[in-house]
Design a protein around this ligand. Structure first.
Ligand code: ADP
Length: 446
């Protein structure tokens, strides 16, 4: 990037210098040219008081060689006098543009290559009172000469300007890129924030910084998740291997055998549940898989989930009930909704006390639809409430495991809620119970 900016700046500098030089040259050339013509006109006006060849010859020889050519032309174009050529041998000048012009208008000028002297020449001609034309000419080479004399100075100036541009472009590029380099060097720190003069870059910096933080956080979370998953998988597998080994060595009697088989069965189930939850989470994580939304009656779904969990509730000596408004339609993914209601109700039963209750409510409120799962269970202490939606976070690990928890249920719930642009509210008091509200933004007419 540095090289590119540098190259661009140099190109601009070269173009600017080139254009300036061309313009100045053109300007000076025009200026000199005008000056030469003015000088010629003045000389012509002064010399036009002598209209005889002899007089002019005398004046010219008195003036000496000053680079000015004087020609006297008769009305019919014959050359009567020329201080630089033999008038007698010169061809008729009646058709020379400046003479034609002078004969017609009193004065004429032109710039062309002289046929007599074979040089680029400026001409100025005036018609005298008697009808003859006096023409003064000057070699254009004098202008080129002046310009040519300026070349060495110009070249030195060009080189100085070019070097100056190079140094400035280098410094400017360095200054421009400095904050970016600093940003790259310490993405984690805040040092670059105090670089003043780059206000326009501040949003860009903040965005990069935020993205970098997110990336780092994600990487850390992924790493933690992998470590947790490995650990969680290892425990039931170790148990299974242990039981299998005991059976293999023939150490188990008939009664033990049943116990070991039960152990294997339980742990294998645990593995399956865990793997299922991990698959669900990874599906929810993937952005490629498109979620299919359909019109779903949330009340109806809650009813079937409550029915499904009645047996489990009975086992835990917990009563479960559903209240609210039948036919509450929302746009949602049916499978995800089932998963969400199931996980919340399952937790409400598992973290309950014998004789406790779970109340599920589904009802509309303005344009919203609410799903409330309320239990009279053990509650969640304040300090854990923020974290229970994290993967594998449990308040009481042994209780979670003994009731078949994976520590992933609420993480799945959180993901599903986000996919449906819904909001979740948690209210819980240790020893009293927990209420989780999920608020869906838009109800759909039945
Ligand atoms: P688990 O599989 O362990 O239940 P979850 O992600 O569903 O994992 O829940 C995380 C933790 O939050 C649980 O281990 C438990 O400590 C706590 N928790 C969840 N729901 C409730 C509830 N209704 N009452 C009390 N504690 C709960």
């Amino acid at each position: 990037m540095k090289k590119k900016i540098n190259r661009m700046l140099m190109l601009i500098a070269v173009l600017a210098i080139g254009m300036t030089v061309s313009l100045i040259t053109m300007l000076f050339y025009n200026l000199f040219r005008r000056q030469v013509i003015e000088d010629l006109r003045d000389s012509a006006l002064v010399l036009s008081q002598w209209d005889e060849p002899e007089e002019l010859e005398q004046i010219c020889s008195e003036l000496g060689d000053n680079g000015v050519r004087v020609t006297l032309v008769a009305e019919d174009g014959r050359v009567l006098f020329d201080n630089e050529a033999d008038a007698g041998e010169m061809e008729n000048h009646g058709s020379r543009p400046e003479i034609v012009e002078a004969l017609a208008d009193g004065k004429g000028q032109s710039m062309r290559r002289s046929q007599t002297l074979a040089k680029s020449t400026f001409y100025y001609a005036v018609r005298m009172d008697g009808g003859r034309v006096l023409r003064i000419a000057k070699d254009a080479g004098s202008i080129y000469g002046i310009l040519w004399n300026a070349v060495p100075g110009m070249l030195v100036l060009l080189v100085v300007l070019f070097v100056l541009c190079m140094v400035l472009a280098h410094l400017f590029t360095k200054k421009l890129v400095a904050p970016l380099e600093k940003l790259a060097e310490n993405l984690d720190g805040n040092e670059y924030e105090d670089l003043s003069g780059y206000e326009e870059l501040t949003p860009f910096f903040n965005m990069i910084k935020e993205q970098h933080r997110d990336i780092m956080k994600n990487a850390r979370m992924r790493q933690e998740f992998t470590a947790n998953v490995s650990h969680e998988l290892k425990t039931p597998l170790t148990a299974i291997t242990g039981y299998a080994e005991l059976i293999e060595t023939g150490m188990a009697s008939g009664e033990d055998m049943v116990r070991f088989a039960h152990g294997i069965h339980k742990n294998a189930n645990r593995l399956l549940t865990l793997i299922n939850d991990i698959i669900k989470l990874s599906e929810l994580d993937s952005t490629e898989q498109e979620v299919v939304f359909e019109r779903v009656d949330l009340y109806q779904l809650a009813r079937s989930t409550v029915e499904m969990l009645t047996l489990s509730a009975e086992k835990h000596q917990v009563s479960i009930s559903l209240t609210g408004t039948p036919e509450c339609y929302i746009s949602a993914n049916r499978q995800m909704m089932e998963e969400l209601i199931y996980n919340l109700c399952d937790n409400a039963i598992r973290y309950n006390n014998a004789g406790g209750s779970v109340e599920v409510q589904v009802y509309p409120r303005h344009r919203e639809v609410l799903l409330v799962v309320k239990d009279t269970g053990i509650g969640i202490p304040k300090e854990h409430q923020e974290r229970i939606f994290e993967r594998f976070y449990r308040v009481d690990k042994s209780r979670s495991k003994s009731t078949g928890g994976t520590g992933l249920g609420l993480a799945i719930v959180k993901h599903i809620v986000a996919k449906h642009k819904a909001v979740m509210e948690l209210e819980s008091e240790s020893g009293k119970g927990t209420t989780i509200k999920v608020i869906f933004p838009d109800s759909i007419d039945g």
